[in-house]
Ligand binder design. Structure first.
Ligand SMILES: Nc1ncnc2c1ncn2[C@@H]1O[C@H](COP(=O)(O)OP(=O)(O)O)[C@@H](O)[C@H]1O
Ligand SMILES: [Mg+2]
Length: 267
């Protein structure tokens, strides 16, 4: 596997990561532990788009949470920019700046009672970045970048469409100039008609900002056109990974062929 950026320190570097979820029910004859992530090695460099595909329940979201520092691994190592994440607040704050996340449902990322301007100003205020005028200029620039009109500054999340809300969530993920955005099924909750637009926006951001993107989907055809590299996940493991073109032209694993053979969805 040769990423174009190999040789440089990856922004995210997972080594033999395991995550076991414990269930509180613990019924007799029913497993009370789930191996959601089962020995994953994975790196992401600035400037590359990596697609992670696999069917529902295979551990993609759990892996995404590890990648953004929200889920501590049960075992294994997680390195950010070459260093293990300390538990103290400063380290987490730094990570929050370098890796950000976009979830499937933009509602989870946005405060329903805050107008868009304040949603976007908030991370800048928390991190004490720039003067008030500079913060506002940054917010306006981001709105433009994600294709929203300046009039969106004064609206609440519920006053705009799902696609527009996801654009706001993407703008919010971009506020602190991250190296990498981890997008977990970012188009799955949207109307079919706007999925391609949001997908294209994410792909454009890669070229405009040179940022890295981890694009997670249950549908291999969704990640097909945006990913440089694809990792196929099955039951907590990455079973196949390689340049996107190679995965499509010459899949090694039967499971990958099965995913490729499934009916293409409308993105
Ligand atoms: N917080 C949790 N507690 C217990 N089990 C969980 C938790 N999160 C996920 N799981 C289980 O872990 C497995 C992987 O889930 P998930 O990472 O959400 O997969 P995916 O995103 O691919 O659908 C599933 O069996 C799911 O039910
Ligand atoms: Mg998921």
């Amino acid at each position: 596997m040769s990423a174009p950026t190999s040789g440089t320190t990856p922004v995210i570097d997972l080594r033999n990561v395991h995550v076991v979820h414990r269930l509180r029910t613990g019924k007799l004859f029913r497993p009370d532990r789930i191996r959601a992530v089962d020995g994953v090695d994975f790196t992401v460099h600035r400037g590359e788009v990596v697609g992670i595909v696999g069917e529902s329940g295979c551990g993609k979201s759990t892996l995404a949470r590890v990648m953004v520092g929200l889920q501590p691994p049960t075992s294994g190592m997680v390195l950010f920019n070459g260093a293990e994440l300390g538990s103290h607040r400063h380290a987490r704050k730094q990570l929050g700046r370098s890796v950000s996340v976009v979830f499937q449902d933009p509602a989870t990322a946005l405060n329903p009672r805050m107008v868009v301007r304040d949603q976007l100003l908030d991370p800048l205020n928390v991190h004490g970045i720039g003067s008030h005028a500079e913060r506002l200029a940054k917010v306006k620039e981001l709105l433009h970048l994600v294709g929203l009109p300046q009039s969106a500054l004064d609206v609440l999340p519920r006053q705009i469409s799902g696609g527009q809300r996801q654009r706001v969530a993407i703008a919010r993920a971009l506020v602190l100039d991250p190296d990498i955005i981890v997008a977990d099924e970012p188009t799955s909750a949207l109307d079919v008609s706007v999925r391609a637009q949001v997908l294209n926006l994410l792909a454009d951001l890669k070229s405009t900002l040179g940022l890295g993107l981890v694009f997670i989907s249950h549908d291999i055809n969704t990640v097909r056109y945006v990913s440089d590299r694809i990792a196929v996940m099955l039951a907590g493991r990455i079973i196949e990974t390689g340049p996107a073109q190679e995965i499509f032209d010459n899949p090694r694993e039967a499971y990958t062929r099965k995913l490729l053979g499934a009916t293409p969805s409308l993105l």
